[in-house]
Write a protein that binds this ligand. Structure first.
Ligand SMILES: CC(C)(COP(=O)(O)OP(=O)(O)OC[C@H]1O[C@@H](n2cnc3c(N)ncnc32)[C@H](O)[C@@H]1OP(=O)(O)O)[C@@H](O)C(=O)NCCC(=O)NCCS
Length: 392
């Protein structure tokens, strides 16, 4: 029997569970690489659709491939009428991530080939989901506010379409491009919690809709995708109280977390945060409200100093820290920040599901089935004598 005292709840940190060609997080160098390309290059020089092509087809597209992908996405963006009708029956205060998680299996019901486990069908499902998830998020937001969903516009790219379907207005060029960069930055991040959830479900040979629905549930958690909404709530709380020092000491002294700071993998800074910070500043300047950027910078500086003094450790912003003020400045409602994360991350999730199910024989991962240490101590070392119902 295993020595139970040796089992530590490390959340699988440091345990390598599969090979992947999709992305690499270089924690020491603070680099993120999608299929060989640095995130800094991709954010500056590509659009989300090019990154989708890179993640799904293992190459940056040429102009014709990009045109074809855009056509395919445009053809899939509208969601089934039956799904819109179902959304209309949901209570208006339903959490958007719950709605998204519930909607994905309903998309499977409208896809006659959903259960077909071939690479060709998985690519088709991936593109359907990448196209449909933004439409679901926007449709739900409008329905819960008593408005009709805005149909997608085939002339707009993926990023601009999202903002258009959300508000009914075509976004200005800077906002659309910044949102596009946000989608590029959030598209993939190796074996994070939600991606691992997707892969774990895919390893059972369940179909892609089942795997993606599980990933959405995982992303909804406060320590994962839910952090960006909490960052904005925190900034608002600090703004209202006007006492940032008190806020930081209260949270740190009570063992709480300053949202958007720290990372399970990057210990020397998250490269995505470095791209998002200037975007937050520029957006704030363009709307004439830099308060959220300014507060973020000050909070980062003060927490860093106190953290170093208390723990002797450096702490850096993660992707959620500045994306909160970026999304807020774009007018995206706070409770949609995490669904927006899913709008982008679906590209990475889908690539991982396909890798899990269709990698070459030598790389094909097995069904995930970890071990656990049983520490149930109900009747001492022996099994419990069974107690009949009348004697309980
Ligand atoms: C992401 C996160 C879970 C990583 O945690 P981790 O893997 O334990 O990170 P580390 O090992 O570097 O943490 C070292 C110490 O700093 C603490 N710490 C890390 N981030 C912190 C934060 N944002 N606020 C306060 N304390 C923090 C940890 O609790 C740990 O304390 P301990 O030594 O007393 O146990 C953590 O940083 C966090 O909860 N951040 C806030 C939530 C967030 O922004 N999530 C989005 C991630 S992309």
């Amino acid at each position: 029997m295993e020595n139970l005292n040796n089992i530590v709840n490390t959340g699988l940190r440091g345990v390598t569970v599969a090979n992947t060609k999709i992305s690499h997080v270089d924690s020491d160098a603070g680099k993120l690489i999608y299929r060989g390309y640095l995130i800094t290059d991709l954010a500056e020089k590509t659009c989300f659709e090019e990154v989708v092509n890179l993640l799904l087809f293992e190459k940056l597209p040429n102009p014709e491939e990009l045109r074809q992908l855009r056509t395919h996405l445009a053809a899939q963006r509208a969601i089934p009428k039956s799904l819109v009708a179902s959304l209309k029956t949901c209570p208006a205060d339903s959490l958007p991530m719950d709605i998204l998680q519930a909607a994905i299996p309903l998309l499977a019901n409208n896809d006659p080939g959903a259960a077909e486990l071939t690479l060709e069908k998985s690519i088709d499902t991936a593109i359907r989901l990448i196209a449909e998830i933004p439409t679901i998020v926007c449709a739900w937001h409008r329905i819960r506010n008593g408005m009709d969903p805005v149909p997608p516009d085939p002339d707009l790219n993926h990023a601009a379409n999202f903002l258009y379907m959300l508000t009914g207005e075509v976004p200005d060029e800077q906002t659309a491009r910044f949102f596009d960069i946000c989608l590029v930055l959030h598209a993939e991040h190796s074996f994070n919690a939600s991606t691992f959830s997707a892969r774990q479900v895919a390893s059972t040979r369940a179909h892609m809709y089942a795997a993606i629905s599980a990933a959405v549930g995982s992303l909804s958690g406060a320590l994962h995708g839910g952090a960006n909404t909490r960052v904005m709530r925190m900034l608002k709380e600090i703004d209202e109280s006007g006492d940032m020092d008190e806020y930081i000491s209260r949270v740190l002294n009570s063992g709480g977390k300053i949202m958007g700071l720290g990372h399970a993998v990057y210990k020397n800074g998250d490269p995505r945060a470095k791209i998002l910070a200037p975007m937050s500043k520029a957006l704030g300047q363009s709307i004439g409200e830099t308060r959220w950027y300014d507060l973020s910078v000050l909070l980062e500086e003060k927490t860093k100093a106190l953290f170093k003094a208390k723990k002797g450790l450096d702490i850096y912003p993660n992707v959620d820290f500045y994306s909160a003020s970026v999304y807020y400045s774009m007018g995206i409602p706070m409770d949609l920040f995490t669904p927006v994360f899913a709008v982008s991350r679906i590209a990475g999730w889908a690539a991982h599901v396909m890798e899990e199910q269709f990698a070459g024989a030598s790389d094909k991962p097995a069904l995930y089935r970890p071990s656990s240490a049983y520490i149930g101590d109900y009747c001492g070392p022996a099994e419990c004598p069974f107690v009949a119902m009348d004697n309980r």
